[in-house]
Design a protein around this ligand. Structure first.
Ligand SMILES: Cc1cc2nc3c(=O)[nH]c(=O)nc-3n(C[C@H](O)[C@H](O)[C@H](O)COP(=O)(O)OP(=O)(O)OC[C@H]3O[C@@H](n4cnc5c(N)ncnc54)[C@H](O)[C@@H]3O)c2cc1C
Length: 383
């Protein structure tokens, strides 16, 4: 006999894991599925580490979502014995004179009651002599923010969701091509999965699964990440000497030496459009050259440091960087939730809570997350 679920969540990255977690906590019979496994090597949630910060310029909605998520992550880690999955490194924004975004972030953080410190150039120089400050006029430090150990955090959320009564299966779902209310979806192995509603949290795959609706609206971009080896016995690049950092004008970010993996650094500019199933996970010579030049400028002592690890992943961008959380226009009980756009990981718990509210309480949707606001031309506005 076919087992019936209230809700099937397809995709066990950070969005799917937290969606299933909230739904299971609210008494739903939940099935969580993933084609390759929770936070698998191809998923956007697969990185070792992801930044959680509150600053979002004037975009108060994301500051408030990040605040709510921060509380939920902390509660989750505390109650599951996983405090090691968060590192309170502090997050330091570095910018040129009169940087509009840092100014706007300061105003929003003040309004939202987020603690922060504004640092002038001479304070930066005194506190962080290991950073090359050419062109930098000041900084904004969020002392409570830091780093989530991403891949392991997702695995822990999935584990806890199963403990709460949900079922997890590794299976690839074939995209449904129906209209009205659908009763089941099929796996690539031919198994039928029956549920009252279906939530597709498939990240960069959303455009492949729903090509008619999302093919032109999700832009997967290749992103390359580097870890630079620290000189032996050198503590200048580990917390508390170095916080997590974001260079505003250069669109680069990184974090200190956590768990002895080296200094992590990457460029946030969008790379080429890629297929998440097949893209090469080997870094390109061009990206290597760019990041070496950047490290030489910003961390001169690591100019010739060996690269001890690399990662290649993909963002799943929407046209402007806003999330996409909406009902399928033709299938009334099919939802999609994604568009993490390079900044989504931290928001996982709030995303799950929001989706549970939409499905179970008929809660009002945020207009910025609707399909109608998603363009087919990219104009990045949310960072
Ligand atoms: C290099 C990099 C750095 C980033 N840095 C940060 C950061 O510092 N802070 C931050 O907040 N965010 C950051 N992000 C963004 C964040 O990681 C993503 O927004 C987030 O992980 C997206 O999660 P997701 O669950 O939507 O997608 P994913 O993690 O990609 O999960 C989607 C899942 O769906 C599954 N799937 C696909 N198709 C099917 C199918 N047909 N059937 C079953 N399963 C399927 C896949 O296997 C996959 O596991 C970064 C992203 C990258 C790539």
């Amino acid at each position: 006999m076919t087992k019936y679920f209230d809700i099937a969540v397809v995709g066990a990255g950070v969005f799917g894991a937290w969606t299933a977690w909230h739904l299971a906590r609210r008494g739903q019979r939940v099935l969580l599925l993933d084609a390759y496994g929770p936070a698998n090597a191809r998923a956007s949630s697969a990185g070792e580490s992801r930044i959680i910060r509150m600053g979002y310029g004037a975009d108060e909605i994301y500051t408030r979502w990040a605040q709510r998520a921060y509380t939920q992550w902390q509660d989750f880690f505390a109650s599951n014995g996983h405090r090691e999955l968060f590192h309170k490194t502090g997050v330091l924004w570095l910018a040129a004179e009169n940087d509009e975004r840092v100014r706007e972030s300061a105003a929003t953080l003040t309004r939202c009651g987020v603690p922060f410190e504004q640092l002038n150039r001479s304070t930066l120089q005194a506190r962080y002599p290991q950073i090359g400050l050419e062109g930098i006029a000041g900084g904004l430090l969020e002392p409570e923010s830091g780093v989530l150990m991403a891949r392991r955090a997702v695995a822990a959320v999935v584990e806890d969701t199963v403990r709460a009564g949900a079922e997890y299966r590794t299976a690839a779902i074939v995209a449904p091509r129906k209209s009205g209310k659908i009763v089941s979806v099929t796996t690539s192995a031919g198994e039928s999965i029956a549920a009252g509603a279906f939530v597709f949290t498939c990240g960069a795959w959303l455009g492949k699964i729903f090509p008619d609706v999302l093919g032109g609206r999700i832009f997967p971009s290749r992103q390359e990440v580097f870890f630079f080896g620290i000189p032996p016995g050198d503590l200048r690049f580990a917390p508390p000497a170095l916080p997590t950092f974001l260079f505003q004008e250069e669109l680069s970010y990184g974090m200190p030496d956590l768990e002895s993996r080296g200094l992590k650094i990457a460029l946030d500019a969008h790379g080429e459009c890629v297929d998440p199933d097949t893209q090469s996970r080997i870094v390109s010579p061009k990206a290597l050259e760019e990041i070496r030049a950047h490290v030489a400028r910003r961390f001169p002592a690591l100019r010739d440091a060996p690269i001890v690890e690399t990662r290649v992943c993909q963002y799943e961008n929407t046209s402007n960087g806003d999330f996409l959380i909406d009902r399928h226009p033709e299938m009334s009980n099919v939802w999609f939730a994604g568009g993490g756009s390079g900044h989504g990981f931290k928001h996982g718990p709030t995303m799950g809570e929001y989706i549970a509210g939409r499905l179970l309480d008929n809660a009002k949707g945020e207009p910025r997350f609707t399909l109608a606001t998603k363009d087919v031309v990219q104009r990045r506005a949310v960072y």
